[in-house]
Design a protein around this ligand. Structure first.
Ligand code: SPD
Length: 288
């Protein structure tokens, strides 16, 4: 029997326009947690694929793009060895894997759903293996609550969350961004995945708008992620004064060469991609 999976993104009608991707799978396993439905497909073209509440989160074949791009633009902008990095969400472990390439002293990861982490450890070892690194401290609670009341602790905060439905909804609100800003050090950097500027244009614009209420520097940027709706994906950096576009290219190249010498080649991010990713096509912010 043939097994097919299609992500249906409600709200923008991707499947009606015929642009949704259909994935052929060899097998599937699923689980229901108190927070969401987990589905793991063994797909023909993308390897193992993690799906939460019907939305593709990661696949073995293209996960490197999302995880490199949510981490490296911010961490290279920081320009020094980070002491404390906070990852909110990121249950599959790919974001933590990339953060560790910057030699942080400590990484806190706050994931609401313990079962997603256990699932990823068991089924997606190439993505999740860094979660057992001794510098990584896992907490299973709501990331929104975790940041409340923290002051000047983190060099970088990374929000690797799912879409703004279900448990992640609170991670798209101004109040959360304010608390996250307070939890950062003075020169700290906040970065969040900010949905597809094509398939979820209104959501993307709202994220940028809310971040602009909180951070003086706000820089959305793009990456191509084949298995996400439309393939056009975004992340947004917010900070008080750290600007990813203000780093000298020569300095960035030096930092990049140092990192890859020590940790091995990256597959997507490089200094040219760093600057190019911040070029945004006209339609994204055009008034409707
Ligand atoms: N539409 C899905 C958005 C998912 C973003 N988070 C992915 C988690 C990968 N670590």
């Amino acid at each position: 029997m043939e097994l097919w999976f299609t992500e249906v993104y409600e709200g923008e009608g991707m499947d009606l326009k015929g642009t949704a991707l259909k994935f052929k799978a060899k097998s599937a396993i699923s689980a229901k947690t108190p927070f969401q439905e987990i589905l793991l497909l063994d797909t023909v073209d993308f390897g193992k694929m993690l799906v939460l509440d019907g939305a593709v989160q990661t696949t073995e074949r293209d996960e490197f793009i999302y995880h490199e791009m949510i981490v490296h633009p911010a961490l290279f902008t920081l320009g020094r060895r980070p002491q404390n990095v906070l990852v909110i969400g990121g249950g599959d472990g790919g974001t933590v894997r990339e953060v560790l390439k910057h030699d942080p002293q400590r990484v806190d990861m706050v994931e609401i759903d313990r079962e997603v982490v256990e699932f990823a450890k068991r089924e997606l070892p190439t993505i999740s293996s860094s979660l057992s690194d001794e510098r990584v401290n896992l907490t299973f609670e709501d990331g929104r609550e975790f940041v409340k009341g923290k002051e000047g602790v983190y060099d970088v905060i990374i929000v690797d969350c799912s879409d703004p439905i279900g448990p992640s909804k609170v991670l798209y609100e101004e109040g959360f961004y304010r608390d996250a800003k307070r939890a950062l050090k003075e020169d700290g950097i906040f970065v969040t995945q900010s949905e597809s500027p094509f398939a979820q244009n209104r959501v993307h614009r709202k994220v940028v708008e809310e971040l602009r209420k909180v951070f003086p520097v706000v820089r959305p940027y793009l990456a191509f992620i084949p298995t996400y709706p439309s393939g056009m994906w975004s992340f947004t950096i917010g900070s008080v004064n750290a600007d990813p576009l203000a780093i000298e290219k020569e300095e960035l190249k030096e930092r990049y060469i140092e990192l890859v010498k020590d940790k091995g080649e990256l597959k997507y991010y490089n200094p040219d991609v760093h600057y190019g990713a911040f070029a945004i096509p006209n339609f994204v912010y055009r008034e409707e």
